[in-house]
Design a protein around this ligand. Sequence first.
Ligand code: MN
Length: 230
Amino acid sequence: MPYAFSVPQAAVPIAGGNDLFPVRRIYCVGRNYAEHAKEMGFTGREPPFFFCKPADAVVPVPENAVGEVAFPPMTANYQHEIELVVAIGEGGSNIPVDRADAHIFGYAVGLDMTRRDLQLALREMGRPWELGKAFDQSAPIGPIHRLGETGVMERGAIWLKVNGVEKQRGELTELIWSIPEVISNLSEYFTLEPGDLIFTGTPSGVGKVQGGDVLVGGVDGLGELSVKLL
Ligand code: MN
C-alpha cells in the first residue's frame, strides 16, 4: 500500500563524509552530573531516569556552521543544557554493562533545550514533561563522529558558552551513570535499535537564554556546536 503522503526522516550528518545517521528515537538521561542534580534540588546517586524527545526535535548543525533555532512559544524561561550524545548503531535489550560499548555507533555534541518554567510546573504537579522537554527544535546537535574515529569516550571536558561567556563546564568522568551503565539500564526498559540517540545529561550551570543569543558548546574530541537563537 502506498503512503498517502511522505514524512521526512529526521537525520544527523556523520562527520567525515556525506552519510546521514537516520534518527529513530531520542532518549535523554535526567540529572546525571552531581552538581547539576544539586542545582535542580536533588542529591545522591538515584537510579538513572529517562525521558524522550521526538526524533524530529533534532536541529542538525553541520561542522563549522551556525545553526538557527527559533525561540520557542509558551515559555519565559528557556534554558540550555549541553550534553554528550551517544548514537546507537547496534540494537539490543538487557545489554550487559561490559558489552554496552559494542552498541555505540558514535558520539555528538547536543543541546537538550528546555522550557524550564513548564518543566518545573509539570514536575510539581506530577505530570509528564513533554511540554517542557519534547517541543519543536529542542535538540540541536552537531555531526556524529564514528566510534572508530573517537575510540570509546570516557573522559574529556564538556562546556558551553553563551555570547562568549562560559556558563557550563564539566568532565565526562563526573557522569554519575557512565555511558555503558546508561545503555545497559535503558535497554532493560526499551529495546534499543540502530538510529537511537541518547542525550547523557548536563553538567551544572544551566541557565536562561533569549532571542539573539549565540550558544557555542563542545566536548573534547567532538568539536563545537554553535547555535543562534532567533
Ligand atoms: Mn538534559
